[in-house]
Design a protein around this ligand. Sequence first.
Ligand code: AMP
Length: 423
Amino acid sequence: MAKTKFQALRGTRDILSPDSERHRALVDVFAEEARLAGYGHIMSPIFEELGVFQRLGDSTDVVSKEMYAFEDRDGSMIALRPELTASVVRAFVQHNPAALPWKAWYEGPQFRHEKPQAGRYRQFSQVGIEVLGSDDPHIDVEVVALGWRFYQALGMSQVSLLLNSLGDASCRPAYHAALETYLRDHFDDLSEQSQATLEKNPLRVLDSKRREDAGIIAGAPLMVDHLSAETAEHFAAVRAGLEALGIPYEISPRLVRGLDYYTRTTFEFASTALDNAQNAVGGGGRYDGLAESLGGKPTPGIGFALGVDRILLACDAEEAFPAPRTAPDVFVVDLTGGAEAILLTDILRRAGIAADRGFDGRSMKAQMKVADRSGAPWAVIVGEDEVANATVTLRDMHGESGQTSVARDALAATLNTRLHPEN
Ligand code: AMP
C-alpha cells in the first residue's frame, strides 16, 4: 500500500513553539486586561446548532458562503462557529444570568471557508468580550477602551480606531430607504456583486471594496447624518468618553462591518503596519436585537472580536511583543547512562527550575552540543566521580563564571540564586 503523507488542510496551520508560546502569552495579556475590567471567562462549544449562526443574517458572507455547516449523524444541522458573539448570546439566553450587565471574555478558534492568504485562514483565533444587559454609552466606552488598552499592553503603537454609528430601529429604516433609493438611482453603474447585495441589504453595499462602486459609495447618504436625536446623543456620549480617556479615534461613516446584526456604535481597529487588504486587527459593535432574535428577552449587547493571528502579524511588522523565551534554565548532561538525570531533573523541576536533559546515553560531546542548542544558560554535568562525592558540576554556558563543583543537595538552591540574583 502506498505510504500517505498528510498535511494540514488548506487555510489551517500548525502553530509550533515558540510561536505557540507567543500566542498563549498574547491570550494571557488579554485575559489580564479582561480580569481587571471585571469580565468572566466563558468557554462555549466550538459547534452549535446551525440556526444559532443563521440568526446573524443571511446577507453576510460569513453565514451564507463561509460557514462549515454539515449534517450530524442524527440528521440535525450543525456548524463550526464562524465567530463567537452568537454563541455567547445563545449562552446568555440559555443561562439567563440575574446580575446585569453580564460581562464575558473568550478566546479560541473560529472557522470560515475563506480564500486563504496572508492573515486570512480557515481556522483562526480570536479573543473577545461581550457585554449584555446595558445600553449605557459608558459600556461602549469601556469595551472600546479595553481593546485599545490591550493593543497598548502588547506594545503596539500603529493601531487606529475607526468609529461609526449605524443607528437603531428609530432611525435606521428611514436611512435604509434613503440609501436604497440612492443606490437604485445608480443601479446600472454598480458592480454586479453590489447589485446583488442591494437586493439583500443596501447597507452592505457600502462595504464593497470594488473600484466600480467607489464613486457611487462616496456620494451615498450617510447614517451618521440621519441619526435620531436619541442615537445621536448616545454616539456623542461614546465619543466624549473616549476623548476623556485620551483614546484617539477617527469617524468612519462608511464602516458597516461584515455582520448584519450591528446597531448604533460600530468600530474597527486597523493596523497601519499591515498592508491595506488585511489590516483589520479587530472590530465590534452593538447588537441590541441579537438576544431577542435568539429567543431571549430584548437585551442590549455590545462586544468585539480581535484576530489573534493578524495581531501577531502586526506585532511582527512593528517589532512588538516578541515570542517569550522558551529555553530551559538548565540542561542536565549525564555521563552515567541517564539514571542520575532522572533524579536531578525531577529535583530541579520541583524547585521551579526548567530542566531538560539528554537521552539515549550519548557521549559527553554529543550531550553538550544539545545543551548548547537548547539555549539553557546553565548545564549540570554528572559523571561517576560526582555520583561518588554527591556533587555535580555546574557550568555557565555563557562562559562568564566557568565551572564549579556544587553539593548535589545544594544544587537547586544554588541555581535559583544564580538564575534570580535579585531575590
Ligand atoms: P470579524 O468577526 O469578521 O469581525 O473579525 C474580527 C477580527 O478577526 C478581524 O478584524 C480579523 O483580525 C480577524 N479575522 C477575521 N477573519 C479572519 C480570517 N479568516 N483569518 C484570520 N483572521 C481573521
